[in-house]
Design a protein around this ligand. Structure first.
Ligand SMILES: [Zn+2]
Length: 326
């Protein structure tokens, strides 16, 4: 990592907090635990802060009987149905029940007053209320470290994300940090926000861009890798920085892209192509960030070129710890 930046990975990734009946207490504990931003005060030269935001594992189900009418069936970015290619049956995000909603509501109300102006507070509440009235919770949004397998329970993705943004904002305000604040999200947050509907994914990208801009934070979407072939085919755009960029262009979002070069390598992109993508997105003026790992051979092979070029153009590089899915 360059000396002028600070990176905070997701805390305690290996210790899932199982959803319990006392989800409110778990949420309280999560939101009360500082994220480590105080480290900024020990490094006053750090002008770029990057934080890995929590992400949720995707859970799609195979529809054994498809009537073609069920509103629950999920769609891809262009509104096409998601198919399980081996079974040739549609996939869908199950309808879920929200948990911890009162906690998130209270938290948002409390923190908004502390980090924004009354006018902004009003506009943000309006945005959340409008979103809420239009979208039914679908998909088990259980952002790590919260997790409960197959329970069809979810935290409301918009309220959880907003609460998280407010937590970060409040913590940064308590430090001397005046530089950028980048929050790295996996694009599946848009899938959850849009309740698995292709056309809502674009609206979700707009809503998140608006919220983050109002709070003075940058959202950065990272290309991911899916293990399941069916997810790859259904939501493959999330694996490709160029496709993520297309989505952001479509909705006029200034959110950034985090190019995870190990993820690209895993899906078969050679270094030369990655370098080309980096240049293309940079030339389009897209805000960029790089995720890599020390053990990628970054010091001595062709990947080095990408890192060198990133340094030249001032693109922050984050050397991530070795973690699955990060
Ligand atoms: Zn990463």
């Amino acid at each position: 990592m360059t000396p002028n930046q600070i990176y905070l990975p997701i805390d305690k990734l290996d210790t899932y907090r199982e959803f319990s009946t006392d989800i409110e207490a778990q949420l309280q504990d999560f939101f009360d635990t500082p994220i480590g931003i105080s480290a900024l005060d020990e490094n006053e030269t750090g002008n770029t802060l990057a934080i890995h935001a929590p992400y949720s594992l995707l859970h799609l189900e195979v529809a054994e009987e498809y009537t073609g009418e069920d509103a629950n069936f999920s769609t891809g970015l262009n509104n096409e149905p998601l198919y399980h290619y081996e079974k040739e049956k549609p996939l869908y995000a199950p309808r879920t029940a929200t948990v911890g909603d009162q906690f998130l509501r209270d938290y948002i109300k409390n923190k908004l007053g502390k980090v924004t102006t009354p006018k902004l507070e009003e506009s943000i509440i309006k945005l959340v209320t409008e979103w809420e009235s239009k979208h039914v919770q679908q998909g088990e949004y259980q952002p790590i470290p919260f997790y409960m397998e197959g329970q069809k329970l979810a935290l409301d993705p918009l309220k959880f994300t907003l609460a998280y943004l407010l937590k970060i904002k409040e913590e940064v305000l308590q430090t001397k940090h005046t530089g950028e604040i980048n929050l790295v999200f996996h694009p599946d947050i848009l899938f959850f926000l849009g309740n698995g509907k292709g056309n809502a994914v674009q609206k979700a990208a707009r809503v998140l861009a608006k919220l983050s801009t109002q709070l003075g934070l940058n959202i950065v979407y990272e290309n991911v890798v899916f293990k399941k072939e069916s997810y790859k085919k259904a939501l493959g755009w999330m694996e490709h920085p160029v496709a993520i960029n297309e989505l952001l262009e479509r909705v006029g979002s200034t959110s950034g892209i985090c190019i995870d070069i190990q993820h690209l390598s895993k899906i078969g992109y050679p270094p030369g192509v990655v370098l080309y993508i980096l240049r293309t997105l940079r030339d389009k003026g897209r805000k960029l960030l790089i995720h890599t790992r020390k053990n990628m051979g970054i010091e001595n092979d062709t990947w080095k070129k990408i890192v060198e070029e990133a340094y030249i153009y001032g693109i922050p590089i984050v050397y991530e710890p070795e973690m699955e899915n990060a």
